[in-house]
Structure formats: C-alpha cells, structure tokens
Design a protein around this ligand. Structure first.
Ligand code: ADP
Length: 561
C-alpha cells in the first residue's frame, strides 16, 4: 500500500514561512550586503577613473608641449644668425617647415623682420592674419623686449630652455582658429644684443594634423584599459577646445558630444586651450545611476515578494487561529454529542432493568430508543474515526463495481422509520437505468447518511426530505433536498471546511461536530467527483453529489487517501 505524503497545516505553515518570508528575507539581506559592497567598489572605481583622467590630461599636456618644443627647437636650430638673417632666409626656412605659418625675429639694432608662408598669402584670412600678427608682434617686441630677455635669463638660470608660448586666435570664416606663438632666444654673438626669434604654428596644421594625431596616440597609449560595457560604450574619448568655447577644435574619432567628465587648461606649448575627457556614450554619473536603477528594481521586487510572503503568512496564521477556535468548539460539541445519547441509553437501560414498565409496547419503545441512540453514537464515532484517518493520511477506500441505486435505496430504507417518525414527508426518486459504478459502498452510504441527517437536523417548520438519484451525462448525481433553514450564500463554501458550523442560533442549538460535510467532500473527491450546494436561507437546501461514471479509483481496489 502506498503511503502518500500528507500536508498538514503545520507543514504548510512552516513551508509558507520558509518560502515566502525566510527565503526572500535572506535574499534581501544577501543582496543588500552585496549591494553595499558593490556601491563601495563602484565608488572606488569611479574615483579611480577620475584620478586616471586627471593623470591622462596632465600627461597629454606634457606630451603635446614636448612635441611642440621639439618642432620649435628644430626651427630655432636652423634659424640664420641675426646678423645674416634676411627675409629670404626666413622664407626658405618656412618652406622647409610647413607647420610654421609665420617666422620673425627682433633685436633693437635690426628691428622686426616678419615673414609668412608665401604660398598661403593668397588666402584672405591668412593674409589678414599675417598683417595683424606682424603688427601685434612688432608692438609687443618694442614694449616687452627687455622683459622677455630677462625672462630668458631667468629660464637659463633655472636650467630651462629659453622658450615660451603665447596663445593667439585667428578668424576662419565664422569660426575662430587657434595658433600658438613660440618665442625663443637666438644664438648671440659676443657684444651683440640678444635677438628674440618667433615661430607661429599654422592654425590648420594644428587643427587637422597635430592635435588629432596627438589625441589618437594619447588614447591608444593611456586609455586602452578604461572599462567599457558589452556594447562598447564607456571607453574614454577626448576633445580639445579653445578656453571659454564649447565647440571642439579637435576631437578623437568617437567623441559623441555631451559634458566632459574632466577638463584641464593646457599650460605648456598651447596655453588658452582646454583638453576634455569623458566616457563614450555615457557618463560616470549615468553609469552610477544605471546601477542604482537596477538595484532599486531588484530591491523593489524582493520587497514585494517579502510583503506578499508576510501577507500569506498572516493569512495562514489567521486560518490556523480560526481552526484552533473551531477545534475547541468541536471538542465541546463532540463531548456534548457523546454524552446525550449515552445518558439516554443509561436512563432507558436502567428503567428496563427495574422491570417496572406496564406494557409490552413501552418495552418495545425503550428498546427502540436505545437502538437509535446507539446508532447515533456509532455514526458519530464513525465520522470521528474517518476524520482522524483522513487527517493522518491513512483513510483507505475499497472501490468495487456497485449498483448505486440499490445502495442508496437500502441505506434510506434503514432510515425511513426515523425519517417518518420525525414527521418528514419523504420522497425517494431513484432512476431505474443506472449503470453500476466503482465506489466504496460504505463511504458513499456514510455520505448519504450525513446529508440526510443534516436535512433532518436543519429543518424546522416545513419537514420535507427528498432524495434523487439519476444519470446526468458522464456522471451519476445524488441529490438530498430539504425545505429547512437554508444556508446564507456567504457560508455555502465554508460549511465544507472541517469543524465549520454556521454561526446561526438555530444551528447552535442543534447537535453537531462540524465534521459531516468535510467528510462528504473528502469521500466524494476520492471518487473523482464533487459535492455542491444550492440553498437560500429560510427556503431549504439541495446538496448534490456528482460521481463520475468512470469511477474514482484506477488500478488497485484499495486506495489510501
Ligand atoms: P454538523 O455536525 O454541524 O451538522 P456538518 O459538517 O454536517 O456539521 O455541517 C456543517 C454546517 O453546515 C452545519 O453546522 C450547518 O450550519 C450547515 N448545514 C449542513 N447541512 C445543512 C442543511 N441541510 N440545511 C442547513 N444548514 C446545513
């Protein structure tokens, strides 16, 4: 015989608690701890990236300056000595170094010599630039000559090359271009006054070649390891703009606009420029936001789960409490039910024992009462035994091919006397064309007795009992009808729960244990059928047992519930 696992209320409660409360709560705690750790880690990562960016920008500034100084130095080394320098020699130097747009030198003896790339003088913007620069540098040299010479001497004493740069912006259509003017000291013959040389970087060369090349090499050299997500977003990109302007002068290939993460005003060879760096397609803040967003979602989900669990547990606990209340009612009901027939039996048995009864009919009547009361006791004890077997998961059914019409008729016959004695009008309508079905005779008979007993118990003024048995499509239906007190709609499902009794004073005054209908439902379900009720308060009730024709048991004759 198979022993099926029985889910009692306790196991269910413990399981619900574990699944619905303990598990989500544990998940919530683990998630929160990990979340806190990852927040910490992410903060560290964010700070590390920022530090990295500052460092990269400082390195970039240094690299660009070094490179620019090298280029200026090359020109400086090829510069003709001040005494021999002439416009033509500057033109030749310019031809050799196309990245220089203009060259000049100045000393108080020779004054200012300023030359620009000949080949570009036909461009109006360039021509204007040349004229303006010549005027500007000439003026500057006159005013600042002594100061610049002194500055070079200071640089010498500090061991630095005598060279510095100034920013200049030029017009290019409706935009502004940028160029850097490098000032340096030319070799000086003894007794000669110091000569200041100058080279102006070509704005187009800087914009189109120098800066893009520098950005590319900087990114590939320093930022290859910045973290990027699976879509390739998030790696570092750079941009260079004139200080105070947001329009990029030069940018790395994947620069996608938006606010830079970190900026640095360049100090070396390119003053007046700002170098900016950011993550492509995102920002550090939005990376953090995305993380916070997912965390909130997960936390929200887990909290909902937990709230659901708590609600479920609360409902379960309430159910358990109601059940505990019902159980204590049950104990007092059952003791009462047991005591009444027992004291009746004792009373009548004692009277019989004394032998003082006058007539034979009286004896007969007392015997009958004792029999009926003991039958009531048996029915009650059977119900309790069945119930305890079901609760323990050990109730067995013995399914056999049965003529259900004959079974119902015989069961009712043994009750007929009692029914009629209670003054009930009794109608029995059993269809003659019923197929035999596989049922447990005793269990089905007990179900019928329970329903009939209820009909008798819960009828007051109109005493009617009808029992119908008929075939309805694929099932056999057994109906027990009364015209009694009826059941309010809100109670009609609950009455099938164990120990449940309607809280009506009429019901309260009637003996009962609250087990009958729960047993009926259990038995019927074990047969693969269903029991239902149609009722209206004050108008009576109709209980319908539907049993499938194919039978509830398959295979073994005996099945445990
Ligand atoms: P009890 O031992 O209390 O009769 P049952 O499980 O048989 O236990 O029935 C549960 C409750 O359903 C009853 O207490 C009663 O309130 C209600 N009930 C059952 N049958 C009827 C009926 N025929 N008419 C009215 N109420 C009924």
């Amino acid at each position: 015989m198979k022993k099926r696992w029985h889910w009692n209320e306790r196991t269910r409660l413990v399981l619900t608690l574990e699944l619905a409360v303990v598990l989500p709560a544990a998940a919530l705690i683990i998630f929160s701890v990990r979340h806190l750790r990852s927040i910490q880690r992410d903060r560290q990562v964010e700070a590390a990236i920022q530090r990295d960016f500052y460092q990269v920008l400082a390195i970039a500034d240094k690299h660009m300056s070094e490179k620019a100084h090298e280029m200026v130095d090359q020109v400086r080394r090829e510069f003709p000595p001040a005494s021999a320098a002439c416009p033509e020699s500057l033109d030749r130097l310019l031809e050799r170094h196309p990245y220089a747009a203009h060259l000049f030198f100045y000393n108080p003896d020779r004054g200012m010599v300023f030359r620009s790339q000949r080949a570009r003088m036909h461009e109006p913007d360039f021509c204007t630039e040349s004229a303006e620069l010549e005027k500007m540098t000439a003026g500057e040299m006159k005013v600042d000559y002594d100061w610049i010479v002194k500055k070079f001497q200071e640089m010498d004493s500090k061991g630095k090359p005598p060279m510095f740069c100034e920013a200049n912006t030029v017009r290019r259509g409706d935009r502004r271009g940028y160029e850097s003017i490098a000032f340096f000291r030319l070799p000086q013959a003894s007794g000669e006054e110091a000569t200041i040389g100058g080279m102006v970087f070509d704005a187009e060369y800087l914009r189109d070649r120098f800066f893009p090349d520098m950005l590319l090499s900087l990114i590939s050299r320093n930022l290859a390891e910045t973290p990027s997500d699976q879509n390739g977003r998030g790696h570092a990109v750079m941009m260079l703009h004139i200080k105070g302007e947001s329009y990029p002068l030069a940018k790395s290939a994947e620069w996608d606009g938006g606010a830079p993460e970190v900026e640095r005003n360049l100090e070396g060879a390119f003053p007046g420029l700002t170098l900016a760096i950011k993550l492509q397609g995102t920002t550090l803040a939005s990376l953090g936001q995305h993380f916070a967003h997912t965390s909130f979602l997960v936390l929200g989900g887990l909290s909902l789960f937990l709230a659901g669990g708590i609600l479920l547990t609360y409902r379960n606990v309430m159910k358990e409490m109601a059940l505990a209340r019902l159980k204590s009612d049950f104990v007092s009901n059952v003791s009462h039910e047991l005591r009444t027939p027992l004291s009746l039996i004792r009373l009548y048995a004692e009277t019989l024992e004394m032998g003082r009864l006058s007539s034979r009919e009286k004896y007969q009547e007392y015997y009958c009462i004792i029999r009926k009361e003991s039958e009531r006791l048996t029915a009650l004890i059977n119900n309790i035994l069945d119930f305890s077997r079901i609760e323990a998961g050990g109730k067995e059914y013995d399914f056999r091919e049965t003529d259900i019409g004959e079974l119902a008729h015989n069961t009712l016959e043994s009750y007929r006397y009692q029914i009629e004695q209670h003054g009930f009008a009794f109608e029995e309508d059993i269809s003659g064309e019923l197929p035999s079905i596989r049922i447990d005779r005793e269990a089905i008979a007990r179900s019928l007795i329970n329903l009939v007993n209820n009909a008798l118990k819960y009828s007051q003024n109109e005493k009617y009992l009808g029992v119908k048995l008929y075939r309805d499509n694929g099932s056999v239906k057994l109906e027990v009808i009364d015209h009694g007190i009826g059941i309010p709609p809100g109670e009609q499902q609950k009455i099938f729960d164990k120990f449940y009794r309607v809280g009506d004073p009429l019901v309260h005054n009637t003996k009962g244990s609250g087990l009958g209908l729960s047993l009926v439902r259990h038995i019927v379900r074990a047969h693969g059928g269903e029991v239902s009720v149609e009722s209206a308060p004050g108008q009576g009730s109709k209980f319908i047992i539907a049993l499938p024709l194919s039978g509830g048991a398959s295979g073994d004759n005996a099945t445990s519930a």
